[in-house]
Design a binder for this molecule. Sequence first.
Ligand code: ITT
Length: 213
Amino acid sequence: MNGARPRLLVATGNAGKVREIRAILAPSGQQQSAWDIQTPAEAGITLALVAEGGRSYAENAIAKAIAAAHASGLPALADDSGIEVDALDGAPGVTSARYGGPSMRNDHDRNALILRRLEGVPPAKRTARFRAIVALAFSGGRVVTREGVVEGRIALAPQGVNGFGYDPIFLLPDGRSMAELGDEKDRISHRALALAALRPLLAALRPQGSAGR
Ligand code: ITT
């Protein structure tokens, strides 16, 4: 059934990103995405740890996508993203996944660290944004990137249970946190905006190889 759809590898080890990318790329009202979206495990490859040294989101996204396309022979989509807090001079930014170093056990600890570092900072000065760069790489070496940004501010305390990462502490202009949105996040998020900009290129993908899966 899936053989006619072009295969697309989602080059991430982050389960939250996989879930969202699948939802964003599934056309509303249709059960099936236009692409046969595969995780590295489903495609039978192991992601190389290539990206962590990159100095920019774009560098990281491109490195992750190219490595995965090379390893799999499939078009590969990578996402490098983060949260930028103005009162922390743009931190954690490109180091969002590792903010606070190895003593941070999980997303909850990293959220708590940001809230601690913003203690005493009033709401008007807690401006922040989520940024995502998505990269689509082809096994022949071509790679394209697109960016998505969503503006907001850091909450005084975590709100909501959906999403992942910094979602509970990121407030949209209407006062709801990203973790209070549910499916709506996949229409307005930085990732959704970046993937919307990439859609024309994704639409041009053709099934890879004659043997299907
Ligand atoms: P991959 O490199 O395997 O894709 P990663 O989690 O290491 O997974 P990044 O290096 O791009 O990915 O780190 C991005 C971090 O920024 C991520 O771990 C979250 O903490 C945060 N982040 C990115 N997008 C987010 C979102 O939509 N909601 C909440 N936090 C997000």
